[in-house]
Design a protein around this ligand. Structure first.
Ligand code: HEM
Length: 160
């Protein structure tokens, strides 16, 4: 596409997920039984180019100092009525294939890992995301070799 071509229209398959689109900024907190809890700043972008797929980029930083932390990127793809998949690559080298469902009325989605690759400790990742009252909220749960799936992250972001 030429660089100054008009913005592409939203693919009809993305209409139920349109609540995700945009640039979001906010704060979150991380925890796990094996680590000290921490607070972070975060920016998320969900974008599209007219195809039936949402591109995802995320970066985080230490809330106190602004020092860069974790980053990840990937693609969210609706696969049918109410179902979707995602592939996500993390800055730590871990790769995820996620499958799950979305609810366009509730403006939410839920994903569970069908594949976690190149991970030293992680065996399972679950992601929940919901748009409510102008805010995007998500949680990430993870299970490791030593601990059942439980919350590692939760954050609240606003559209910028
Ligand atoms: C620790 C995985 C996202 C910050 C950990 C650990 C794992 C992990 C396996 C070590 C737990 C242990 O030693 O028992 C993941 C996965 C993520 C994710 C799978 C995404 C799905 C994030 C994000 C941040 C973050 C977004 C920052 C905003 C941390 C910190 C620690 C940690 C600060 C503690 C490190 C330490 O004490 O050495 N994470 N993480 N993680 N994670 Fe995450």
């Amino acid at each position: 596409m030429a660089e100054n071509a008009p913005a592409p229209g939203l693919h009809p398959k993305l209409q139920p997920l349109a609540f995700m689109l945009g640039t979001w900024r906010g704060e979150g907190e991380g925890e796990f039984p094996t680590i000290s809890s921490f607070r972070y700043g975060e920016e998320i972008k969900f974008s599209h180019v007219g195809k039936p797929v949402i591109a995802y980029t995320q970066k985080t930083w230490k809330a106190a100092s602004g020092e860069p932390m974790h980053a990840e990127s990937g693609y969210f793809r609706p696969t049918g009525e109410g179902s979707l998949e995602a592939v996500i690559a993390q800055s730590t080298g871990l790769a995820e294939v996620q499958k799950g469902t979305y609810d366009s009325k509730n403006q939410s989605l839920e994903l569970g890992s069908s594949l976690v690759g190149n991970a030293a400790k992680v065996v399972e990742i679950r992601r929940h995301l919901k748009y409510e009252g102008d805010e995007l909220r998500y949680t990430v749960q993870m299970g490791t070799h030593t601990h059942e799936a439980q919350r590692h992250l939760q954050a609240v972001l606003k559209r910028v």
